[in-house]
Ligand binder design. Sequence first.
Ligand code: SAM
Length: 482
Amino acid sequence: MAIYNPSSLKAEEFINHEEILATIEYAEQNKNNVELIDEILEKARPVKSGNGCTCKGLTHREASVLLACEIPEKIQKMYEIAQEIKLAFYGNRIVMFAPLYLSNYCVNGCVYCPYHMKNKHIARKKLTQEEVRNEVIALQDMGHKRLAIEAGEDPVNNPIEYILECIKTIYSVNHKNGAIRRVNVNIAATTVENYRKLKEAGIGTYILFQETYHKESYLKLHPTGPKHDYDYHTEAMDRAMEGGIDDVGLGVLFGLELYKYEFAGLLMHAEHLEAVHGVGPHTISVPRIKHADDIDPNVFDNSIPDDMFEKIIACIRLAVPYTGMIISTRESQECRERVLKMGISQISGASRTSVGGYTEQERPHDSEQFDVSDQRTLDEVVRWLMENGHIPSFCTACYREGRTGDRFMSLCKNGQILNCCHPNALMTLTEYLVDYASEETKAIGFKMIEDELKKVPTEKVREIAMSNIRDIKASNRRDFRF
Ligand code: SAM
């Protein structure tokens, strides 16, 4: 039997089955222990430090107690603290991105994914470089600056060289005032050498969803192909970091296994990265399983209702306050509205989950990975965010300024967020409004920018931001950043 050790590099030791079961039991025993729950809530609260704020975060055991707790007033408290953390570290900014599907060729047998090898009726497509260019132009013309590239695992059709070539093409396209300034990568677990190549290609975050932390289920859900290797998949982030990638993004596909198990596993993974590499995950994604070609989500009987989904997100926010949280268009507008407040810091907009989908007039379904619930245009999403008091941010400054890994944490601690992320969000929103927005969105946006500029504490920074915003409106000068 493997012994739990967060600093181990062996999957079964840092994601330890016995420790997860013990955590779930501990949480169950303490779910009405009001004294302990209050103590945990107090620990999670942000505290002032110098000009900024710090947070201690929670261990997987502490956070699991909160997740198990069903006392309405305590749940309310969790939500309040989640919102406090969100406001202290992320303000009302929401970073925007879009997925770009490069290829749906795949040699794996993942039973929940329509790209699985045995699916003979899904159209298989792989973008040529010309097609990548056209997709990028379509994305730039919507206003996107940040992409997450997605591809199935297929060493023959989608080798690392293909992925690298696509990244190069993406960064090379400048249509009108458009530019993709950050490419995040969601491709299958690979070697240290390949991660090093991705790093050299200038990627932002390397994202890989664990799907499920439950090994026995994992093996059944991934019956064939290289992804069947649970250990290789689970240890991927360590290889990515060894290859020099500072920012890694975790996630589980909720609905495959019991959420309490996944929740503990996810936080143990974050603790492991912190213990070994001195920095936790840059982001955590919270996808839920969706209907797709050849896939009926009802077959997976661990689906979670919206209320529980909201609670999971709030508890993650309390446990890992410095980790960004991502929600995709898998979720409906109503659901996204609820969870945005609880600590989500990044959302996708106007996504197409099919290969070549952005250059098609109509949303194509033949090569889609999953059904998209939120089908609004980017302009509609941006306007809706602002109407709900959020600032849509197209900022990509951090990693371009070398603020990767744990450096976001020091921004928070030094109280520099409002002098840095806030003006960056406002300047990139101005770019979006001037270059791509409808008149209605522009009107709401420019008013919001005027009001939000007042929150920049340092006069000098505020003046520079205002002058840059004037420049963006009056000329084609773009890409100002702090
Ligand atoms: N091929 C890469 C890999 O092996 O990890 C990842 C790319 S895949 C295009 C991105 C993610 O979509 C998967 O990790 C999975 O969690 C998610 N996904 C697959 N099928 C899904 C479905 N039916 N509903 C929702 N999400 C799904």
